[in-house]
Design a protein around this ligand. Structure first.
Ligand SMILES: Nc1ncnc2c1ncn2[C@@H]1O[C@H](COP(=O)(O)OP(=O)(O)OP(=O)(O)O)[C@@H](O)[C@H]1O
Ligand SMILES: [Mg+2]
Length: 256
């Protein structure tokens, strides 16, 4: 494998310089964290599955006209994506009460919300990713008014599409987190979907049993975490045929 420069190492992925300007390689790790890094662990095979799942979902979204950073999958753990300037906002879309919303508003987990709710969180680990409003986002210049409008519209579209897609395979899309970025295309800025869409940042429950098939199994020590990620991939029809052939276990790089 050719040597390349490491740009950034996050909690779940490593970013490497891509083969062409304006591209980066996302390397998906098995590392799992929760509660802003307070809980750490490894979910064996997670990186391989998330790489596939994110590829699949981003490809389906591109087919309905949602612009995404995804270019192509390179191997079991890596995909080539367009490099973006990340908007420092996590967009959370919720359909059913769970997680921090249930806690904060005293809702019963599993309660269907009166309508889908979109929330924004400022990406700042040292501040615990505080919730913010459009007012903060535009006032502090994290995104412009047209950009945040675009982000909101795309998020709702992604929610409608993915809710249907998951329902078709017997999964309830309870909530999920998206990240967006800016690219410069033909002299104009464009907002595209970035990061990843996987059971790391979606809550997915079995429609019939409400069994959790996402990272909450890790957060809450429920066990069978690997199996849950596998089950999502299996239902999407994308379970890698031979998980034993995971060659890119250790990323190659030039500087650490
Ligand atoms: N296309 C892209 N171009 C540039 N950066 C990207 C792109 N897609 C995702 N990123 C960024 O790459 C990093 C991915 O790593 P990872 O998901 O492990 O981060 P993280 O530990 O969650 O940290 P962070 O708090 O920065 O999101 C994130 O910071 C994410 O915002
Ligand atoms: Mg992340």
């Amino acid at each position: 494998m050719s040597r390349r420069r490491r740009i950034y190492e996050g909690k779940a992925k490593i970013l490497f310089e891509g083969p062409e300007p304006g591209t980066v390689i996302q390397y998906f790790k098995d590392d799992a964290t929760a509660f802003n890094n307070k809980k750490k662990g490894v979910i064996t095979g997670k990186g391989v599955l998330n790489n596939r799942i994110s590829e699949y979902l981003m490809t389906r979204l591109a087919e309905i006209g949602v612009p995404t950073h995804f270019i192509k999958r390179l191997n079991m753990r890596e995909q080539l994506v367009r490099q973006v300037e990340i908007i420092p906002i996590e967009v959370v879309v919720r359909n059913v009460a769970a997680g921090s919303l249930a806690t904060r508003l005293g809702l019963e987990e599993g309660e269907r919300l009166p309508r889908s709710i979109v929330e924004y969180y400022y990406k700042a680990d040292h501040l615990n990713d505080p919730m913010v409003t459009e007012e903060h986002i535009t006032a502090f210049g994290w995104a412009t008014i047209p950009e945040i409008d675009e982000i909101l519209n795309m998020s709702i579209r992604v929610n409608d599409f993915l809710s249907g897609l998951f329902l078709g395979i017997g999964l309830k899309l309870v909530d999920f987190k998206l990240e967006f970025g800016r690219v410069f295309d033909e002299d104009q800025d464009m907002i595209i979907l970035a990061d990843e869409i996987s059971p790391d940042n979606c809550r997915l429950w079995d429609v019939k049993t409400n069994e959790k098939l996402d990272k909450d199994r890790f957060r809450r020590d429920m066990g069978r975490v690997e199996e849950a990620y596998q089950e999502v991939a299996r239902r999407l029809g994308i379970l890698p045929e031979d998980p034993g052939r995971d060659v890119a276990e250790t990323p190659t790089e030039e500087d650490a």
